[in-house]
Design a protein around this ligand. Structure first.
Ligand code: DX5
Ligand code: ZN
Length: 223
């Protein structure tokens, strides 16, 4: 299975965001990770569907909208209409997760379920049948630039075993604190989609850093 690199663009420099996004694409980015925060679900506020549609008009790679908002069902249609190709919602935050995943699929997007570092993976046993991807948080959601929680590597291994048993088509995405130093480890533990925010946008040369991460990902797979 091809591994995908997803720059988390809200970690970018918003004065120069268009140029920075283009640099990640030249460097080999496979999809763009777009974090949506409403100040209720997490202690931070980011961007909505209008900003997403502005990005969508200029890029050809898919957009992965990670919704950290209250009542996501209410906003999912607007995000898909704006151009989100992948949409994920937190299992901690949705009362009827099957219904929400179905809503996303019915609108024609890939449906993902997100799980926080402190939530038991056993909650995914049933929902894995219905998800196109699972996003395992390796930091607590809310901010870029946080430290990777080491226990996430073991959680990836456990999740991969569950995924292989329950729904081999479901992709595993990892988000939070991924850098050059630990990207190979998360790939070997089972990540298919790797989100990187500050690990890309803190670089002087965003294109070169993206290319380096792609190289590290593909050489980890080869091991
Ligand atoms: C955190 C977000 C992440 C974050 C990643 O709530 O979901 O996508 O922007 O940034 P880094 O890679 O810097 O941890
Ligand atoms: Zn995210």
């Amino acid at each position: 299975m091809k591994k995908l690199l997803a720059p988390s663009i809200l970690a970018g420099d918003w004065w120069n965001i268009g140029e920075q996004i283009e640099a990640t694409i030249r460097g080999g980015a496979d999809l763009l990770h777009f974090d949506v925060m409403d100040g209720h679900c997490v202690p931070n506020i980011t961007a909505g569907p209008e900003i997403l549609s502005c990005v969508k008009r200029r890029v050809s790679i898919p957009i992965d909208a990670h919704l950290m908002i209250e009542n996501p069902d209410r906003y999912i249609p607007a995000f898909v209409k704006a151009g989100a190709d992948w949409v994920s919602v937190h299992i901690e935050n949705v009362p009827h997760i099957h219904r929400t995943l179905q809503l996303i699929k019915d609108l024609g997007a890939k449906a993902g379920v997100v799980i926080n570092p402190g939530t038991s993976l056993s909650l995914l046993e049933e929902v894995l049948y219905h998800a196109d991807f699972v996003l395992l948080m390796s930091v607590n959601p809310g901010f870029s630039g946080q430290k990777f929680i080491d226990r996430s590597v073991e959680r990836l291994r456990i999740l991969r075993e569950m995924r292989d048993r329950i729904n081999p088509n479901c992709l595993i995405e990892i988000d939070g604190g991924i850098k050059e130093e630990n990207v190979a480890e998360v790939v070997r533990a089972g990540a298919d989609v790797i989100v990187v925010g500050s690990g890309i946008f803190s670089a002087e040369d965003v294109e070169a850093r993206t290319r380096k991460l792609k190289y590290l990902i593909s050489s980890a797979v080869a091991v």
